[in-house]
Design a protein around this ligand. Structure first.
Ligand code: ACO
Length: 401
């Protein structure tokens, strides 16, 4: 019982908004979401148009610069990204320090944070050109570090990035032993991966982007800020959901077990949730989920894969969408519901799913960090709290307690 009269007095008035469901922490011109209508725009362009007509690198340019590039601007940007893909040779020592079975997200977060140790001396945050270069470095090196984390975890030697390949094929080449020749790379695989990166590129003030901005608001360097974003992404309520979805579908196993899983998800005495369902902002179909759903059927069809988990996923979606519990709470499949099935078809191992998300989201993280650096209203992020602890009391010596 708290003696309110003895609590320290607060001055002023503030809102109590756990989870920031109704608090705008900044102004941003990057991404617009209408959660009721299921609309997502990057810099004003509908996600459906970008998914169909653009490429991930072009979308990254758009997010970072505000406009689509012309041919010359794009060629310069692609050249810069391509020529910053190498990682410092000493970074290999970081990987060698990890247990062989370390989770790739742990390795990614740590090695991205370590970039600040390699570049901090040259980084003057007041200089727009240096800020831009740091953002490009992060975009360029993320796939290199991601692939290195994977190869280390399976005991394969780390591969250097090949600069004659495009962003996605370069990543595939670094990841996999086979196919080893770029011409043998399957265009369906590259297109699917590029699309997933586009769909994951930004989503305004989600937990990881808000984390990047919170760390960035203190004046910390972009490598440290983005490393913090990676750790926030890892949780199963956020980017870790794609890994959790696949584990859940595998656990359900067959379509006839779907109804039992739905019943469990509705049981308030059971902590089980349908992973890949529900979203803080979308109270309608997640537009990215619609695109991925279509893509999943296409990719599996073109690669000739008959994955029984797809059948489980479709049955689960169907069962949830006609169940009152999910309808009333507006719980629809989100971006992560189908992405895992595509990653699996592309032979990306489950523990790499959230790493894949991180590669795409890097475009948004650096765009937000860049925007924040020139925001005249940027202040150090510092939420308040409602204190629920002890009232003021006197210290008691240890032998009198
Ligand atoms: N399965 C079952 N019930 C659910 C689910 C779910 N997946 N999601 C929400 N609910 C229920 C809650 O139990 C709650 O019910 P109640 O009103 O009876 O108490 C109600 O729906 C509202 O849920 P909240 O947790 O309050 O919603 P919130 O906006 O805080 O959470 C979240 C959103 C975290 C995405 C949640 O829906 C969830 O945990 N989903 C599963 C994990 C997931 O797929 N995460 C990926 C999100 S997308 C992304 O990060 C890219």
């Amino acid at each position: 019982c708290i003696d309110v009269a003895r609590l320290p007095k607060e001055t002023g008035c503030f809102t109590y908004d756990p989870g920031f469901t109704a608090t705008a922490s900044c102004k941003s011109a990057i991404t617009y979401i209408d959660g009721d209508q299921g609309v997502l725009l990057y810099r004003g362009y509908p996600i459906e148009q970008l998914a169909e007509q653009s490429s991930f690198l072009e979308v990254a340019y758009l997010l970072m610069n505000g406009e689509l590039p012309d041919r010359n601007e794009f060629a310069k940007f692609e050249h810069e990204v391509t020529h910053h893909t190498m990682m410092h040779e000493r970074l290999k020592n970081f990987f060698q320090g990890f247990q062989y079975d370390a989770h790739p997200m742990a390795m990614l977060a740590a090695t991205v944070a370590s970039l600040s140790a390699f570049y901090h001396d040259t980084l003057d945050l007041e200089d727009p050109e240096q800020r831009r270069l740091a953002a490009i470095r992060l975009l360029a090196k993320m796939p290199t570090l991601a692939a290195a984390a994977y190869r280390y975890s399976i005991g394969w030697p780390i591969r250097f990035p090949r600069n004659n390949l495009d962003y996605v094929n370069r990543f595939l080449h670094m990841m996999f032993e086979v196919p080893s020749e770029p011409l043998e790379m399957n265009p369906v695989v590259a297109k699917a991966l590029d699309l997933l990166f586009i769909l994951h590129a930004d989503h305004e003030q989600n937990a990881s982007t808000s984390t990047v901005r919170l760390v960035g608001s203190t004046g910390a360097n972009p490598y440290a800020s983005v490393a913090a974003g990676i750790t926030a992404l890892w949780g199963p309520a956020h980017g870790g959901a794609n890994e959790a979805v696949l584990k859940m579908l595998a656990e359900i196993g067959t379509p006839d077990k779907v109804d039992a899983a739905v019943a469990r998800a509705k049981d308030k005495n059971d902590s089980f949730r349908l992973m890949g369902f529900g979203h803080r902002v979308y109270k309608n179909f997640d537009p990215r989920a619609k695109i991925i759903r279509e893509m999943t059927h296409k990719v599996l069809g073109e690669l000739g894969i008959d994955d029984p988990l797809l059948e489980v996923a479709m049955k689960l979606e169907e069962a949830a969408l006609k169940d009152d519990y999910f309808v009333q709470r507006k719980l629809y499949p989100n971006v992560d519901f189908y992405s895992g099935i595509i990653y699996k078809a592309l032979k990306i191992p489950t523990e790499m799913f959230t790493v894949m998300f991180a590669i795409g989201r890097t475009a948004g993280w650096v765009a937000h960090w860049l925007e924040q650096q020139v925001d005249p209203e940027n202040k150090i992020g510092r939420p308040r709290q409602i204190y629920t602890g002890a009232a003021t009391r006197d210290y008691v010596a240890i032998d009198r307690r």
